[in-house]
Ligand binder design. Sequence first.
Ligand code: ADP
Ligand code: ADP
Length: 226
Amino acid sequence: TNALEIKQLKKVYATGVEALRGIDLAVKEGDFYALLGPNGAGKSTTIGIITSLVNKTSGQVKVFGYDIDKDLELAKKQIGLVPQEFNFNPFETVQQIVVNQAGYYGVPRKEALVRSEIYLKQADLWEKRHTRARMLSGGMKRRLMIARALMHKPRLLILDEPTAGVDIELRREMWAFLSELNESGTTIILTTHYLEEAEMLCRNIGIIQSGELIENTSMKKLLSKL
Ligand code: ADP
Ligand code: ADP
């Protein structure tokens, strides 16, 4: 099965900017896939469309076989999104943030509490569960965003530039956490503008430039060409 299938995806913003000019790509279940490209290439637009935050102009998107035009709710349930910016309430505690998120997906509170222990432990945040999010370090905040995205048990985790502006030590810590998640069965797609990050983590890679996918291959093949 494909976790994600995109066909002839186009996006023209109201401003006239052609952000995506007909993208085709497929990501297999279990894969760790990087969408690499410079600023303005169309990475966030692609992710926005997959997660239904941005309307597409034309084309088709399927998430685990669910077409976002026909089965949007089912498609959405398969996805956990980690946006680039911190967007939790800084005055809530770590545990409140993840438990509330599960609530939005209809997970009963008791079950949400059970899951919060699992994912906060995995993110090495269990000791901080009663701490207000604003008090966390940058690395902890990023891990909190990931734990929150996992609370409804998505089969596909999507991260938009998870390590943008993060120092190298923290980046390594994030990489280890993400590798572990992928090994435990979660399909992961991330956007990045660091080739090094894609190289460290990903099995397959798509390179996007000016709204076009100019390369879509395995990491191994790409590296053998460079
Ligand atoms: P959609 O077609 O997905 O509804 P729009 O084209 O209506 O998106 O744009 C959404 C909003 O973002 C608009 O208010 C637009 O003015 C604003 N916007 C314009 N240019 C940019 C940009 N380069 N980056 C981010 N937002 C922008
Ligand atoms: P990336 O994530 O690779 O940096 P984006 O998808 O954010 O690229 O942007 C692709 C192009 O679309 C850029 O030219 C950007 O300025 C433009 N863009 C992004 N969001 C909007 C928006 N809401 N309205 C208008 N233009 C936008």
